[in-house]
Design a protein around this ligand. Structure first.
Ligand SMILES: Cc1cc2nc3c(=O)[nH]c(=O)nc-3n(C[C@H](O)[C@H](O)[C@H](O)COP(=O)(O)O)c2cc1C
Length: 186
């Protein structure tokens, strides 16, 4: 893990190293979380409206319910090619299990401003890498999204962009296969 007094990570290095991390040994420290949220708040926004709210969710019961709502949502997926219904269930359940040990932040914006929310999410994801942490976007839609918004006490006029999990990665995640990424011609 990078210590705060060490040289900050180059942004290209953070972009290269960022991978979705779904399982954690432990969450972020309060100091790390503050830095990450501050990085989110530096994102660009239309007319500099800064339309976001970052809600730190530290109530274990609420985190449990966020995991269960995601489990139920992903259970509704149709199996892909070569997948069984049981594969879908296992993957849905692993989305819930991934909330264990994570620090959880809901990123919200005023209605219609979710693009600024996503820019904040990317800043936060890269800031987490610079702090030696992993992150995972958790998205909700339809009725479960409304339930999450109620659960986290979203202020009137705001909508959920996504829930972000942060923490010390449980294991290294391999880089994606080169074919999955655009390659620049030499
Ligand atoms: C809009 C959006 C929604 C996502 N929703 C989820 C999600 O609900 N659960 C999850 O585990 N990952 C989610 N992800 C992460 C993607 O699965 C991941 O970014 C993708 O597989 C590429 O892997 P990488 O982030 O390691 O490069 C989401 C990513 C984006 C951009």
């Amino acid at each position: 893990m990078r210590l705060p007094w060490e040289a900050p990570m180059d942004v290209y290095e953070a972009i290269e190293k960022r991978r979705t991390i779904r399982f954690f040994k432990k969450g972020a420290t309060e100091e790390q979380l503050r830095r990450i949220i501050l990085a989110g708040s530096k994102a660009p926004s239309g007319g500099n409206s800064q339309p976001w709210e970052f809600i730190v969710i530290d109530d274990p019961d609420v985190i449990e319910q966020l995991g269960e709502l995601k489990h139920q949502l992903n259970k509704t997926f149709k199996p892909g090619p070569g997948q069984t219904q049981q594969d879908v269930e296992e993957r849905a359940l692993s989305q819930k299990k991934g909330f264990a040990n994570a620090s959880v932040v809901a990123v919200c914006t005023t209605q219609g401003q979710s693009s600024a929310g996503w820019l904040a999410v990317e800043n936060m994801s890269l800031a987490a890498v610079a702090d030696g942490l992993g992150s995972n976007i958790i998205s909700y839609w339809d009725e479960p999204k409304k339930e999450v918004e109620k659960l986290i006490g979203l202020p009137e006029g705001y909508q959920l962009t996504c829930v972000l999990k942060f923490g010390v990665p449980e294991a290294e995640v391999a880089p994606p296969p080169a074919t999955a990424r655009i390659q620049l011609a030499p």
